[in-house]
Unconditional design. Structure first.
Length: 330
C-alpha cells in the first residue's frame, strides 16, 4: 500500500470492472467465489473494482448483503481503486457512504435513480451531502435500466464540485454522452475529473475519440466484468495508439458481443445473467443465479452468447482464466 495513489491511477485511466455477485444454488452469498472474482480482476490487470453497483445487483441491500459484499472486496483489493455503489434517497445514500468509508473504499459511485423528480439544485445538494463523507464518481445511468436524463447544466455544476473525482458516462446515447463532456469542459475542473465510459455499447469508440480536448481515459463497465484480461490489453493498446486502424474492427466486434451478453434484444433484462453465463463457462461461477429468481437469461439469449463466443475467440481470456482459476478459488 505504501505509495499507492488511487487518484493518480484513476486520472491516468484504467480498467474497472463492475463486480458481479457470486451466489450458491440456494441464492446465498458464495464467499469463496466472490473472492475468486476479485482476484481474477486484479490478476488480469484491472486498476480497480466497483462493488455494490448494478452488476452486483441492487437487491443486495434488501438481502442484508451490502456490507458483507463490500467487505470481501476490500479485503482482496488492498492495492486497487475501490469504488462503492451508493444509491437511494439522502438517508440511505449517506449511510452507504459511511459504510464504504469504514470499509476502506476510496470513492462512491453515486446513483441518482432514486430522485427521479428532483430538480438540478436538489441533485447537486444531494451530491454535496454525500461528498462531505467521501469523494464521488458521478454516474449517468441509462433510462432503460432506471436512470434519468440529465442536461449539460447539471454536469457543469456537478463537475465543479470539489468532491467529484470522476464521472462514469453510461446513458447509451451519443447526444447525452456529449452533454457530459460539454458540462465537464465548461466546469473549470476538467483537469481534475477523470472521464470513464460506462457505454457498454460504444466502449472502443468512446476511448478512441476526444471532445474539446477531453478524452475518456478508462472504463467502469459491466462488460469488463468478463474477458477482463483482454480488456486490459485493449485499453493499454488504445492508450499507446488511439488512432490505430485495428480499433475500428474491434469496436464493432465488442459491441456485437455486448449485445448478446447484455441482452440488448430484450431491453437488457438478461444483462446480469449474461455476465454470469460467461463467468460460469469459465468456471469462476457455479451457476447464473441472481437474487431475484425471475432474473435469468432471456429467450434466445443463450444462443446469441454461443454465437459471439464462437465468432470472436480473440475477445475472450479463457486460457488466462483456466491457468489461474484453481489459485483464485483456493
Amino acid at each position: 500500500m505504501a505509495g499507492f495513489d488511487w487518484r493518480a491511477r484513476l486520472r491516468a485511466g484504467t480498467v474497472i470492472p463492475a463486480h458481479p455477485l457470486a451466489l450458491t444454488p440456494d441464492r446465498k452469498l458464495d464467499d469463496r467465489r466472490q473472492r475468486a472474482l476479485t482476484r481474477y480482476y486484479l490478476d488480469a490487470g484491472a486498476g480497480g473494482i466497483a462493488v455494490g453497483v448494478h452488476t452486483t445487483q441492487f437487491a443486495i441491500r434488501e438481502h442484508g448483503l451490502y456490507e458483507p459484499v463490500l467487505s470481501l472486496a476490500a479485503e482482496e483489493a488492498r492495492d486497487a481503486i475501490r469504488i462503492a455503489g451508493v444509491c437511494g434517497a439522502r438517508r440511505q445514500a449517506l449511510a452507504e457512504a459511511e459504510c464504504a468509508v469504514r470499509l476502506g473504499f476510496h470513492a462512491a459511485l453515486l446513483s441518482l435513480a432514486a430522485l427521479p423528480e428532483a430538480g438540478i439544485e436538489e441533485l447537486i445538494g444531494h451530491a454535496q451531502a454525500v461528498g462531505e463523507i467521501m469523494p464521488i464518481v458521478g454516474f449517468y445511468l441509462q433510462p432503460a435500466v432506471g436512470g434519468r436524463v440529465l442536461p449539460t447544466e447539471f454536469w457543469r455544476l456537478f463537475a465543479a464540485l470539489d468532491c467529484v473525482v470522476a464521472i462514469k458516462i453510461a446513458p447509451f446515447n451519443r447526444y447525452r454522452t456529449l452533454d457530459v463532456l460539454r458540462g465537464v469542459a465548461e466546469s473549470g475542473r476538467a483537469d481534475r475529473v477523470a472521464l470513464y465510459t460506462g457505454n457498454d455499447d460504444h466502449i472502443v469508440l468512446d476511448l478512441t475519440t476526444s471532445f474539446r480536448g477531453l478524452r475518456i481515459v478508462g472504463g467502469l463497465l459491466g462488460q469488463w466484468a468478463v474477458w477482463t484480461r483482454r480488456a486490459v490489453e485493449m485499453l493499454e493498446g488504445i492508450h499507446r495508439d488511439p488512432g490505430a486502424a485495428q480499433w475500428r474492427q474491434v469496436a464493432g466486434e465488442l459491441t456485437d458481443a455486448n449485445a448478446a451478453i447484455f441482452d440488448a434484444a430484450h431491453e437488457f433484462r438478461g444483462s446480469i445473467a449474461g455476465i454470469h453465463e460467461i463467468l460460469r463457462r469459465q468456471g469462476l461461477l457455479d451457476g447464473i443465479w441472481c437474487l431475484d429468481p425471475d432474473e435469468a437469461l432471456s429467450p434466445g439469449q443463450l444462443g446469441e452468447i454461443e454465437r459471439v463466443c464462437a465468432a470472436y475467440p480473440h475477445l475472450n481470456d479463457d486460457e488466462f482464466v483456466a491457468r489461474n482459476r484453481a489459485r483464485w478459488l483456493r
